[in-house]
Design a protein around this ligand. Structure first.
Ligand code: HPA
Length: 236
C-alpha cells in the first residue's frame, strides 16, 4: 500500500495503462481484460488488474494534469515496480491535417513546467517516448482504420488557456496536439529507467472547434487501448 494506492504488493502488474478518467479505467478493464479485479479505489481513482492474451496488465486512472499523474506514476514505479507505463487519453488537435478521432502517438512532449521542473531548473530536458514502445505502437496502429500521427505534443498545465500566442507557436513548430500529462510521465520514466508512451485520441480541435460526439468516444477509446496492449507485449 502507498499513500494513494491501496493495492497489496503484487497486485499491480509490470505493465500499467493509465487513462486520466477512473471510469475509463473500469470500462477498459471490463472490456479488454480477463478476470479483471479491482485493486485500488483510494479517492475513487480506480485501478484494475487482469490479463490480456495471458499477460498481466493493470489499468490505473491517473487523474487530470501532471501533478496528479506524477503521484500515481511515482508510486507505481517506486513501490509496485511498474516497468512499462502507457498513457491512454484524449487531446486537442493543433494542426489542420490532424482530425477528430485520429490517433496521436507522442514521440516528445513539450512543457512550460512540470512537477519535475524543480530538478531540471535552467535545463530544458526533452521528454521522449520509449523507442521500442513507440515503434510497436506505430506498427499496431498501422493495422487499423484510424489515421495515425507520430510526433511532438504539448503537455499543458491548463485546459483553459489564456495564451493564444503560445498555442500559435506550438502550431508553428509542428506540435500535433495538446493534453496535460505525458511530459511528466516521460520524465519519470527517464529518471527511473522505465518504458513510457502516450497514445492519444483527438477529442476536440483547437482551430476548428470541432469535438468528438459522446457516442463515438467509447469506440475511439477502445482502439487506443488495443494499440497500447499490442505495443506493450509486442515481441513477448
Ligand atoms: N487542452 C488540454 N487538454 C486536453 C484538451 C485540450 O484542448 N483536449 C483534451 N485534453
Amino acid at each position: 500500500m502507498t499513500v494513494h494506492i491501496g493495492a497489496a504488493p503484487g497486485d499491480i502488474a509490470e505493465t500499467v495503462l493509465m487513462p486520466g478518467d477512473p471510469y475509463r479505467a473500469r470500462w477498459a478493464a471490463e472490456t479488454f481484460l480477463k478476470d479483471a479485479k479491482l485493486v485500488n479505489e483510494v479517492r475513487g481513482m480506480l485501478g484494475f488488474t487482469g490479463t490480456w492474451n495471458g499477460h498481466r496488465v493493470t489499468i490505473q486512472g491517473s487523474g487530470m494534469g501532471m501533478p496528479s499523474l506524477s503521484i500515481y506514476a511515482n508510486e507505481l514505479i517506486s513501490s509496485y515496480n511498474a516497468q512499462t507505463l502507457i498513457r491512454i487519453g484524449s487531446c486537442g488537435g493543433m494542426q489542420p491535417h490532424v482530425g477528430i478521432r485520429d490517433v496521436i502517438i507522442a514521440m516528445t512532449a513539450s512543457t512550460i513546467t512540470s512537477p519535475s521542473s524543480g530538478i531540471f531548473r535552467e535545463l530544458n530536458f526533452a521528454p521522449t517516448a520509449d523507442w521500442s514502445l513507440l515503434r510497436a505502437a506505430v506498427a499496431a496502429a498501422e493495422n487499423r482504420s484510424n489515421k495515425t500521427h507520430v510526433g511532438g505534443i504539448y503537455s499543458s498545465d491548463v485546459f483553459y488557456s489564456e495564451r493564444p500566442d503560445l498555442d500559435d507557436q506550438m502550431v508553428r513548430h509542428g506540435i500535433l496536439g495538446v493534453e496535460m500529462e505525458a511530459a511528466e510521465l516521460y520524465m519519470l520514466a527517464a529518471r527511473h529507467g522505465r518504458r513510457a508512451l502516450a497514445i492519444l485520441t483527438v477529442s476536440d480541435h483547437l482551430q476548428t472547434g470541432e469535438a468528438l460526439p459522446s457516442e463515438d468516444r467509447e469506440k475511439t477509446f477502445g482502439d487506443m487501448v488495443e494499440i497500447a496492449l499490442e505495443a506493450a507485449f509486442s515481441g513477448s
